[in-house]
Design a protein around this ligand. Structure first.
Ligand SMILES: Cc1ncc(COP(=O)(O)O)c(C=O)c1O
Length: 369
């Protein structure tokens, strides 16, 4: 029986009129309206500076989306037709799409059962003479084992790009996600731990040349003298989104702490009935998502829904099962295949009450009775 009358939503992004954050965002928007500068202004520059410092990188560039960050990262590294890029298959659509949109071929690596992430062990058999890059996706906000991945990539001249879209603030051996490879890519889609009121993304890097080339790509290929260097794109983060992100970035550590607290309850209450990703090995996740591996997943999801708890599956069909990628080799994706039938994302909203979290835990324990 549902002991809590209110249903438990998976997401709840609305900001009621009068609440502190609603007011803060209105004031951020108002200050942009007053300046009259709506793109490439002081808010974007201030956000980029703060983001770079937060990630421990020399440079950050605000972009339209995390998808553009991934696409630009590959473009800047010269990925082209005939090249292969190793990626996981249990991933958001933008990753494989960005590879194909460069003309290159995505090659899927399997993931580790204990953390659902690609690793040096699963990447190694997928490396060929055509491999030019690896995109490490820190799924749910848990960093991949980057030292070992960098160790197999670096002697072969393979570029390591981090998809840190879900991992702003995640820590790996004392360093932040985004600073662990050559280029870090972030999304500020509204569902992320800090999100825009629309679309937004960013790239971070320590490399000055990559930084300058990204600045050109996002603005029609123009350099600082308005001279066109490459055929670029329009992917500027606008000033309103930058102002919102600037305000929200000041709270990122509080948001992460709140989510880690919820995750700790889930781990304690559910570890005997579900598979749960543990930290350790120098990693601290930020729980953009809280994903468990469970038996009878579909029945559990229905049971939770019947009891007013919304859950989600990230992702319902993995990349190698989608129409544009069915020709890619997915035969070796043993663990990925199992995960596609067992993963379930539980609500982990920053404004969740302890009562809601315990209600979900009680239901899941009852289900497995
Ligand atoms: C892992 C991952 N990569 C890339 C993206 C793409 O980001 P965007 O939606 O900002 O284009 C997302 C999510 O939105 C994501 O979760």
């Amino acid at each position: 029986m549902n002991s809590l009358n209110a249903s438990v939503p998976f997401v709840d992004l609305g900001l009621p009129k009068g609440c502190a954050e609603h007011e803060e965002i209105l004031s951020a928007i108002s200050s942009v309206l007053e300046t009259g500068q709506f793109i490439c202004g002081s808010q974007t520059r201030a956000f980029e500076k703060k983001l770079a410092a937060y990630c421990g990188c020399n440079h950050a560039i605000g972009l339209n989306s995390g998808t553009d960050a991934l696409f630009f990262a590959l473009k800047i590294m010269g990925i082209d037709a005939g090249d292969e890029v190793i990626i996981p298959a249990n991933v958001f659509w933008a990753v494989a799409n960005s590879v194909v949109n460069c003309g290159a071929t995505p090659v899927f690596a399997d993931v580790e059962p204990h953390d659902m992430l690609i690793s040096a062990r699963t990447i190694a058999p997928r490396i060929t003479t055509r491999t030019k890059a690896i995109i490490c996706v820190h799924l749910t906000g848990m960093p991949c084992q980057m030292d070992a991945i960098n160790e197999i990539a670096s002697p072969r001249g393979i570029f390591v790009i981090e998809d840190a879209a879900q991992a702003l603030g995640a820590v790996y051996h004392g360093r932040k996600a985004g600073s662990l490879g050559l280029i870090g890519c972030f999304s500020f889609h509204p569902l992320k731990n800090i999100g825009c009121i629309g679309d937004g993304g960013a790239m971070v890097t320590n490399n000055m040349d990559i930084f300058q080339r990204c600045l050109q790509l996002r603005n029609h290929g123009l350099d600082e003298n308005a001279s066109q260097q490459v055929a670029g794109y329009n992917s500027r983060l606008d000033e309103i989104q930058a102002a919102v992100l600037l305000a929200r970035l000041t709270r990122i550590d509080q948001i992460i702490a709140a989510k880690r607290k919820i995750a700790a309850i889930y781990k304690k209450e559910l570890s005997s009935v579900c598979g749960i990703v543990e930290e350790g090995d120098g990693r601290q996740g930020v729980y953009q998502l809280f994903m468990v591996q469970c038996k009878n997943r579909d029945a559990l999801q229905k049971y939770l829904s019947d009891n007013g708890v919304q859950t989600a599956i990230h992702y319902k069909r993995y990349q190698h099962q989608q129409k544009p990628y069915r020709n890619c080799d997915g035969r070796h994706l043993d663990v990925t295949g199992i995960l596609s039938n067992t993963i379930l994302s539980l609500p982990i909203r920053v404004n969740m009450t302890h009562k809601e979290v315990m209600h979900i835990c009680r239901l899941i324990n009852l289900f497995y009775g």
